[in-house]
Design a protein around this ligand. Structure first.
Ligand code: URA
Length: 253
């Protein structure tokens, strides 16, 4: 079950606001009668709604994997700057495909976008322990003491980070780190708390789903049904741990 305005949006009849305007104008009919209440609960599997005489066709949720490049804002829209929504087809944006969390302007890598707001919410809830794995290029090496500090939960002033897994990359001033929450500048602040500066940050995976290596920066693709199913399982806390080493080491050109 879902609200009628959301249903119309998922059927491709524009944004929520546009769907509500259609309802207000009496252009939507259910069972031969005009439907005007955007909050009306409908069963998306069985409802038979018509808009201007066109049968509304419910489409399954969209889930997208985007290789977010640096210099692009993670937002649905912005008056001045290019956003990740500008990299998607307009039809996806109209259907409400929204970023799952944020990456900083200068961070690149895996960004998920979905029309399923509940899935997004669950993937981001820290208590569900969905891991996001990052590659970080640093201004110096990290060591076992840093790993222990990350694992203990770093105090960052206004909050204490949940335990995170840090894996120094041998012979490099770089590391992989897995976190289960996504506060503003979280990874950068965690390294800062250990006296290190992040020079470059790339998200490698989210909920066990790795960035497709065939995607160029700025490119996207739909998730496969298997990937989407794995993501739903991860959102339910069914992700199997130990994922830190699975993403291949980042190789910068
Ligand atoms: N942590 C950060 O500091 N920045 C990001 O973009 C993502 C995680």
């Amino acid at each position: 079950m879902m609200r009628l305005d959301k249903y119309l949006t998922l059927c491709g009849f524009g944004t929520r606001a546009q769907a509500r305007a259609l309802l207000r104008a009496g252009r939507v009919r259910i069972g031969g009668e005009p439907a005007r209440n955007p909050a009306q609960a409908v069963d998306e599997q069985t409802v038979c709604a018509w808009v201007d005489g066109e049968r509304a066709q419910y489409r399954r949720a969209l889930h997208v994997m985007l290789y977010k490049p640096a210099g692009i804002l993670t937002a649905a829209r912005d008056a001045r700057r290019r956003t990740v929504a500008d990299l998607l087809p307009p039809a996806y944006v109209a259907r409400g495909c929204m970023p799952v969390g944020r990456l900083d302007m200068d961070t690149e890598g895996l960004l998920l976008l979905t029309t399923d707001g509940q899935l997004a919410h669950r993937l981001l809830a820290p208590r569900r322990h969905v891991e996001k794995v990052y590659f970080a290029q640093l201004d110096g090496p990290v060591d076992e003491a840093d790993c222990a500090a990350f694992a203990a939960g770093l105090a960052l002033g206004d909050f204490t980070a949940l335990p995170a897994r840090l894996e120094p990359l041998p012979g490099q001033c770089a590391a992989r780190v897995a976190v289960c929450e996504g506060k503003f500048h979280q990874v950068k602040r965690m390294f800062q708390a250990r006296g290190r500066q992040v020079l470059y940050l790339k998200r490698l995976s989210f909920g066990g789903l790795a960035l497709d290596e065939r995607l160029a920066p700025g490119a996207w693709r739909d998730l496969t049904d298997e990937e989407a199913a794995a993501l739903y399982a991860a959102a339910e806390g069914k992700q199997n741990g130990g994922a830190l080493l699975q993403p291949k080491p980042d190789v910068r050109a």
